[in-house]
Design a protein around this ligand. Structure first.
Ligand code: FEO
Ligand code: CA
Ligand code: CA
Ligand code: CA
Length: 837
């Protein structure tokens, strides 16, 4: 019977279904209306009016509450799309009665999260599909009488692809980003990290940097926090901790009128400069309007400086090589310095990596001779191999008096042997340089935790430490570059197979102990035929013994503290300055930037470092080398992190687009993607479409060879895989020699490599990680205006906040005369989609 329409269409499940013996029509109407109120929080006035009107109408079906005119619905989408992009579903409805509900539900395809599903316009982010896939959504509208109509909307989704138009080269003092994106400045040098710290004046008068952002923002990771409280939620994309390195300083901008002249440094200036180094932990939040800011008074905020107590962990802990007056048993230390790139450990910790630490040490003339006489020739040999020459030390810090008499915060940077002290180093700082050059693990969620120096990962100019894919039951690997000319690429493989539950454990540094203190450090050898091998740096193996002709290794602590010498001894391949490493989350392939190498001569090229040429832009000096750098990649045998063999090729060679395509611009770069001196490197996270199927590779530059044409930049790529190109033989023509080299080169990147961002004058682009949803991308702008002076800055970036606003556009006009500041920016798509796609 007709009344069943009402019952069947309105499906709250507890309406009487037998009107013949049930309540009167008015009872039904009353009952239904009251339930609607309960269910929907009250009907609208209009709905009541229409409902009442129908009851008063003539004796047709409507009078009896029977709706013979269900809603007329239509549905459309914003159209065919690809992974990571925002799709809008629009429902339309007309009806003779009021519409009381409408909703979208998904009926086919990979499940997506619908926003505003109970409105007439829902949105979702298209999933990363591997082949063209239809997603089907059902739009349903129900009128006040319970009649429901539906329609299905099909959305065709293609695999992810780069979705922005490349930006041009730029020499402007601003940040350039593609159309459709926004970039905001959120954390600048000097920004206060506690409520008690005054605002930053930026005129050289500021002090108290242990409670302010440091200088030279570098490697950076994002660690999610729960929406409220102090607990971890790795998947939260609206509240988290940014942890970043402060690699170095632009000394000229830190003091009122530059560095105070004189034979000795002013202590307060030295303290300030030291405190500007280290690491920041800073809470950041996204407001409901989408804007990001840092939280000045967060209890998580922390600065780690060259003073912060640290603990040694792993095989070198307790070695006499680490004995100092501060740590007579070699188990503890103070601070970290020249922190360059980083690693985001799968268990929620941050790895900061000590790069150019050697330059900070003072060694007086004659120390080599004394060292050789007292400790032995190998001590001097090791210091020399690590660049610890007899020199004043960076910024002449040790010429300053201690702030507190008797303290050794400054003294520790003088490694000159005091011959009145014990030869084992417990009375001075002769061994202090051995306390640096490590990967240092920090638990960002515990501000009271002590950073741990992970000695099993070796001592070098650590650029970064990228974990390979963490796969249950497989021993995880951590890839590392040693950034100096002709140094090596390393991998540490844990002894402990990965346990997935460790990713969410609460005692994160103990998980670090579990995976990082016991394992094997390997060094890479690249063969000309495209194969390669990981050579174990284990005392007693591969000639690493006390009788080694190059260097007599005493034990595993000696091997790890001097892994450069171990690499020399086993014949590792000398690379063109290994910088960041990054692992493709879909394939496991490892990429490493080789930024440049001015000492690569035509006579010493090899297959993996095949270029040596005269850079036409280095004015007058006519030097030879690999001025523009390249990016090497490798695929582990069996695609496992445990492998000891691999295959390799060069993903891309940096070059100006105008350079010789036969021997220099080998990857066919053009105006949309030419770059020089790749450094920062990061793959999109597998938690969103930018890290799935065809993950996005981000490349950042730290260049000095192409900066007459463009400032440093960031590019996005969708690379292929090892072996997708072929071989190429290059003729290297240098100033005084010519040679050929045959290399393995990947498929030309073409439009799958595009320039995404160009930074302000004299900056480096570095540091990168997104929120887990990929919709907010954090990037660091390091040392804008590094070549200027306090009285004549060469950059005035970042811009000042607009009047009455706390938001700072990274792309706004700068104010002349303003001292430049390193800063973190956050980049979002204006439509809310995944960045780059
Ligand atoms: Fe700090 Fe190798 O760049
Ligand atoms: Ca109707
Ligand atoms: Ca770097
Ligand atoms: Ca660099």
């Amino acid at each position: 019977m007709a009344n069943n329409d009402l019952i069947i269409d309105y499906d709250d499940g507890d309406i009487e279904t037998n009107p013949s013996t049930g309540p009167s029509l008015q009872d039904l109407v009353d009952q239904r209306y009251s339930r609607r109120q309960a269910l929907r929080g009250g009907a609208s006035t209009a709905a009541v009016a229409v409902f009442g009107g129908s009851l008063l109408a003539a004796c047709d079906d409507k009078v009896q509450g029977i709706d013979n005119t269900p809603p007329v619905v239509g549905g459309t989408s914003s159209g065919a799309t690809s992974g990571g992009r925002v799709v809008t579903l629009t429902g339309t409805v007309t009806d003779d009665n009021a519409i009381v509900s409408q909703a979208f539900t998904q009926v086919a395809g990979p499940t997506v999260a619908l926003s505003n599903a109970n409105t007439g316009a829902a949105t979702f982010i298209a999933p990363a599909v591997s082949t063209n896939t239809n997603l089907v959504f059902r739009y349903a509208a129900t009128d006040v009488k319970g009649a429901t109509s539906t329609t299905d909307i099909t959305v065709a989704v293609a695999p992810p692809t780069l979705g922005f138009t490349a930006v041009g080269r730029s020499l402007a003092d601003t940040v350039v980003i593609p159309t459709g994106y926004t970039a905001s400045v959120i954390y600048r040098l000097g920004d206060p990290l506690s409520s008690a710290t005054p605002a930053f004046a930026n005129d050289g008068t500021d002090t108290g940097y242990s409670n302010r952002a440091g200088d030279h923002h570098d490697g950076m990771s994002y660690f999610g926090l729960a929406a409220s409280g102090n607990t971890r939620d790795a998947n939260n994309s609206t509240r988290g901790l940014l942890v970043m390195n402060h690699e170095n300083i632009s000394e000229q901008y830190l003091h009122v009128a530059g560095v105070t002249a004189g034979a000795t440094r002013v202590t307060s200036e030295v303290v300030k400069e030291m405190e500007c180094h280290g690491v920041s932990v800073v809470e950041v939040t996204r407001a409901s309007n989408g804007s990001w800011s840092y939280v000045q008074n967060s209890s998580f905020n922390r600065r780690i400086t060259p003073y912060t107590p640290t603990a040694f962990s792993g095989p070198v802990k307790g070695s006499p090589l680490l004995f100092t007056a501060y740590s007579p048993d070699g188990t503890t230390g103070r601070g970290t310095i020249n922190n360059c790139a980083n690693g985001h450990m799968p268990w929620g910790t941050y790895m900061t990596c000590e790069e150019n630490w050697a330059g900070y040490y003072r060694r007086d003339a004659g120390d080599n001779a004394v060292r050789t006489a007292l400790i032995g020739a190998k001590s001097t040999q090791a210091f020399t191999r690590y660049g610890l020459s007899q020199r004043t030390g960076n910024y002449a810090w040790t010429t300053a008096a201690e702030a507190t008499p008797g303290a050794t915060l400054i003294r520790k940077f003088n490694a000159t042997i005091d011959q009145t002290q014990p030869v084992n180093g417990t009375g001075d700082f002769r061994n202090e340089p051995n306390q640096y050059g490590w990967c240092v693990e920090i638990d960002p969620y515990d501000p009271a935790s002590t950073p741990r120096k992970r000695t099993a990962l070796g001592r070098m100019n650590h650029e970064g430490c990228c974990p390979g894919r963490a796969i249950a039951g497989v021993r995880p690997a951590f890839y590392m570059g040693d950034d100096a000319q002709n140094e090596y690429i390393y991998k540490f493989v844990s002894n402990t197979p990965w346990v997935a539950a460790d990713a969410t454990a609460s005692d994160r540094l103990a998980i670090g102990d579990k995976y990082l203190d016991n394992g094997t450090l390997y060094v890479a050898k690249f063969n000309a035929d495209g194969s390669g091998e990981w050579i174990a740096l284990v005392f007693g193996q591969n000639g690493l013994t006390a009788t080694n002709a190059l260097y007599p290794f005493a034990d595993q602590a000696d091997v790890l503290t001097h892994c450069r010498l171990a690499g020399d001894a086993v014949g590792a391949t000398r690379m063109d300055r290994p910088e960041w490493t990054a692992v493709n989350p879909a394939t496991g392939e490892m990429y490493c930037t080789l930024t440049n190498n001015s000492s690569r001569a035509p006579g010493n090229v090899d297959a993996a470092n095949p270029r040596s040429y005269i850079d036409p832009r280095i004015n007058g000096t006519r030097s030879t080398g690999n001025a523009n750098g390249h990016i090497v990649r490798l695929r582990e045998a069996g695609d496992t992190t445990e492998a000891t063999r691999f295959t390799w090729d060069v993903y891309a060679f940096g070059a100006g687009a105008d350079l010789d395509p036969t021997n220099i611009n080998l990857s066919g770069l053009d105006a949309t993607n030419d770059f020089s001196s790749p450094d920062g490197l990061w793959f999109g996270s597998p938690t969103n479409a930018s890290g799935q199927v065809t993950p996005v590779l981000w490349i950042q530059t730290d260049d000095g060879a192409y900066t007459d044409v463009t400032n440093c930049m960031m590019l996005a790529a969708m690379p292929g895989s090892v072996g997708d190109g072929g071989t190429r033989t290059i003729t290297n023509t240098g100033v005084s020699a010519t040679s050929t080299a045959t290399t393995r080169i990947g498929k030309a990147p073409g439009t799958a490599l595009r320039r995404f961002l160009v930074g302000p004058v004299q900056c480096e682009i570095t540091g990168i990680e997104s929120t887990p949803d990929g919709r907010s991308l954090f990037v660091n702008i390091q040392h804008p205006g590094e070549g200027g002076t306090f009285s004549a800055p060469t950059s005035n970036w970042p811009p000042l906040p607009a009047s009455g606003s706390t938001t700072i556009s990274a792309t706004a006009t700068v104010t002349a005369g303003t001292r430049p500041r390193s800063a973190t920016i956050v980049i979002t798509r204006t439509d809310g989609g995944v960045v780059a796609l």
